[in-house]
Design a protein around this ligand. Structure first.
Ligand code: NDP
Length: 284
């Protein structure tokens, strides 16, 4: 029987990237799908990004993820952008389509698809804490999904204004910007409260968001992008108040599912991917 030792390749480009657990999640997905594919974690210096993309092309990579600091810089080395990546001008997932490398952004898509399974954001009021890359990806995708209003709450007014301008210029959604310099009271009628800041991220797991938690209503859906640890202070506070919640692991898994679908054309089981990540965080 003829044998084929050429394995389809995918990767993550980042720096630093050694602690990024994506490889474990994606390889679990390949295993569950019965695909003999490879996903490798590669530390790429910004000065070598162009050469790395050329390398991925000539070695026939089916695609690769980009993480810090390559999400914006990679764009000039690609052949085109999907809709969300084009609006955000940031790419976290590159996909080979024919002879072309196309940049997609699955961060927000993964989040919103997870949310939609539990509650539809169309026509709803969203309070989004943060205005960095993750917040921007989520805001764009929520706006594309028909959210009525997004209130951006951010510490630095400059970054908040830049994200607001991006939404106002390119999408059909009402926006408001709040400069976050005092304990924030969650407005009545908030349907979704989303933490898209890095507050609570390992190792600062005891850090607390500057919120007036007593203003959080049980009807508000609460989500946190921080996935390490998945059970953040915000998620615990929300659950104690009877709110429905979605943790950061769901977003991580959600964007991984879409990446695998883009690359392989097959839909992996998210539960298998989540369990692989949980084992990593449990130190197994
Ligand atoms: P950025 O550096 O682009 O943005 C960080 C944001 O956090 C900014 O809005 C910043 O505000 C805010 N922030 C940081 N510290 C504080 C603080 N003490 N108080 C208030 N606001 C603060 O990071 P990213 O957007 O790329 O990442 C944010 C988080 O999202 C990280 O924890 C990351 O791990 C997570 N993430 C999760 C993903 C997932 O799949 N679950 C995917 C991508 C990211 P300011 O502008 O004032 O500095």
């Amino acid at each position: 029987m003829a044998q084929n030792f050429l394995k389809p390749l995918t990767a993550c480009f980042g720096k630093p990237v050694a602690e990024n657990p994506t490889q474990v999640m994606i390889e679990a997905a390949y295993g569950q799908l019965g695909l003999d594919w490879r996903y490798i974690t590669l530390e790429i210096d910004p000065a070598d990004l162009k050469a790395a993309v050329v390398g991925a092309r000539v070695m026939g990579f089916r695609g690769f993820n980009c993480t810090i600091p390559h999400k914006v810089a990679v764009i000039e080395h690609l052949d085109g952008l999907g809709e969300s990546a084009s609006v955000m001008q940031a790419v976290n997932c590159v996909v080979r389509r024919g002879d072309e490398l196309i940049g997609e952004n699955t961060d927000g898509k993964g989040f919103v698809e997870g949310v939609k399974k539990l509650r539809d954001p169309a026509g709803k009021n969203v309070v989004l804490l943060g205005a960095g890359g993750a917040a921007r990806a989520i805001a764009v995708e929520l706006a594309l999904s028909g959210a009525a209003k997004i209130t951006l709450v951010n510490r630095s007014p400059e970054r908040g204004a830049a994200t607001k301008a991006l939404l106002d210029d390119q999408l059909d959604v009402e926006t408001e910007l709040v400069t976050w310099n005092a304990p924030y009271a969650i407005p009545e009628g908030t349907d979704f409260l989303i933490n898209a800041t890095s507050v609570g991220l390992f190792p600062d797991v005891d850090a607390e968001l500057n919120l007036r938690y007593e203003t959080l209503q049980p009807s508000t859906f609460v989500s946190d992008v921080v996935f390490n640890p998945p059970q953040t202070h915000l998620i615990r506070q929300a659950q104690e108040r009877g709110c429905e919640t979605l943790d950061g692991l769901e977003m991580l898994v959600g964007q991984g599912v879409i990446g695998v679908e883009y690359w392989t054309g097959s839909s992996p089981d998210p539960q298998v991917m989540r369990e692989a990540l949980e084992a990593v965080f449990a130190g197994e």
